[in-house]
Design a protein around this ligand. Structure first.
Ligand SMILES: Cc1cc2nc3c(=O)[nH]c(=O)nc-3n(C[C@H](O)[C@H](O)[C@H](O)COP(=O)(O)OP(=O)(O)OC[C@H]3O[C@@H](n4cnc5c(N)ncnc54)[C@H](O)[C@@H]3O)c2cc1C
Length: 237
């Protein structure tokens, strides 16, 4: 469905300004129903070129959606969002995509979330929605691969969730950490090997990030005993 929305807030999430949070207030129509994990397609130039951004808010907010954009130097979508001003109107198509938590009637798998970079966005929405709105009781584990400490955001929120909900645990994995970093470093898939030596047969996974990494992570999950049909993914191509 096509929406017109107004930029109501725009802030950077990291001091290096690599990641921005953009809040959109829906004007026409002014209400949306979506499932956590879905995305919006944003018109980013006069000719109608579009870029996809996962919805970085939870479905209980029906009058607006948030987006988180990684600023790719020279990128068409990145430049559009970098320049956009408060109060300006944008055109979006939403909600789109099938990357959502699967129905649970027939199974009781634990939930593994694996993200790299801005791939955290749909997983963040799923995790917040599951814990806060849906009172999910299954074990939930997030592995988030990022480059360095300077690129991290939402860590406070994840820490709060982990403190409040004992069934949620998260790990951050940095590929280029500073010397002070004491937690897992390297590729996110290496830390999966470390954290699940007993394998992943009772789990299903939601994986999101750039295409090549998603393929590597899915292969690693299968190596750890996860069935291919239990791996759901979104590739940011
Ligand atoms: C379903 C879906 C959901 C998505 N959700 C999000 C989201 O929530 N947040 C988000 O930031 N992005 C998301 N993306 C990716 C987003 O749509 C754009 O592809 C990305 O932001 C780059 O767009 P751009 O127009 O700025 O760059 P482009 O003009 O498309 O690319 C410019 C150059 O940068 C390269 N490039 C593209 N992305 C990267 C990158 N990450 N790092 C380094 N080089 C790159 C390209 O290969 C190209 O050479 C999503 C993609 C899909 C398919």
């Amino acid at each position: 469905m096509k929406y017109i929305a107004r930029v109501s807030e725009k802030i950077y999430l990291t001091e290096n300004q690599h990641f921005w949070l953009i809040k959109l207030e829906l004007t026409k129509p002014d209400r949306i129903s979506f499932t956590a994990g879905q995305y919006a397609s944003l018109r980013v130039d006069e000719r109608g070129m579009r870029r996809s951004y996962s919805i970085a808010s939870t479905p209980d907010n029906e009058h607006g959606i948030n987006l988180v954009a990684e600023m790719v130097p020279g990128g068409v979508g990145s430049t559009y969002l970098q320049k956009i001003k408060l109060g300006e109107e944008v055109e979006i198509l939403a909600p789109l995509g099938q990357f959502v938590i699967q129905k649970t009637e027939l199974r009781n798998n634990n939930l593994l979330f694996v993200a790299t970079g801005s791939g955290i966005v749909p997983l963040w929405s799923m995790i917040n929605d599951l814990l806060i709105n849906k009172h999910e009781r299954r074990q939930m584990r997030l592995h988030w691969g990022m480059r360095s400490e300077e690129d991290l955001f939402w860590v406070d929120n994840l820490e709060r969730l982990a403190e409040t909900y004992p069934n949620f645990v998260f790990d951050i994995v940095l590929s280029k950490p500073s010397e002070k970093w004491e937690l897992c470093s390297g590729h996110v898939q290496d830390c999966l090997m470390r954290d699940f030596p007993q394998g992943l047969t009772q789990w299903e996974a939601y994986v999101c990030g750039r295409q090549a990494v998603v393929i590597e992570i899915a292969a690693k999950l299968e190596e750890l005993g996860m069935k291919r049909e239990d791996i759901y993914h979104e590739k940011f191509s």
